[in-house]
Design a protein around this ligand. Structure first.
Ligand code: CA2
Length: 145
């Protein structure tokens, strides 16, 4: 049982964070965000395990693992899979671990194809549009669960 552990799962292209499109996604790298999450988690008596993959199946496996390991919650920025992946939707539905959907940008203010979220339809809640702070806000929400 890892009931003070939070998985922070990141999907495709988020390994490039901080290198391109800073006007949309900000200048922080995923490592910068991970560092800020680790600091805040410590203050909250929690631990974070931050991961990134460009492969949909890895994200599905990690969601199953979150349930098997008994982690407290998952923060999930599924990147573009948010808008396409019924597999991720089903994986979230298949576990009891609460999943909080996270986005740096606000997909609802962007292209039409970003307005559907298969992740959001299965998640406990969504935090979007606050840049890197979205992750910290989601961690605060997870701490309240
Ligand atoms: O706003 C978010 O966090 C997104 O999940 C980011 C995804 C996008 O497809 C979603 O609609 C919203 C894209 C992540 C791509 O990250 C990049 C980072 C640096 C340069 C280019 C892409």
């Amino acid at each position: 049982m890892a009931d003070n552990l939070i998985y922070v799962l990141n999907g495709p292209n988020l390994n490039l964070l901080g290198t391109r499109e800073p006007e949309i996604y900000g200048r922080d790298t995923l490592d910068d965000i991970a560092g800020r999450l680790e600091d805040r988690a410590r203050e909250l008596g929690l631990e974070v395990d931050v991961r990134q993959s460009n492969h949909e199946g890895h994200l599905v496996d990690w969601l199953h693992e979150a349930q098997a390991e008994g982690v407290k919650a998952v923060l999930l920025n599924a990147g573009a899979y948010t808008h396409t992946s019924i597999a991720l939707h089903d994986a979230i539905k298949s576990i009891r671990t609460p999943v909080i959907e996270v986005h740096l940008s606000n997909p609802h203010t962007r292209e039409e194809f970003r307005h559907i979220s298969y992740v959001g339809r299965a998640a406990k809640g969504t935090i979007a549009g606050f840049g890197a702070a979205s992750y910290l806000l989601a961690l605060a929400a997870a701490a309240e669960l």
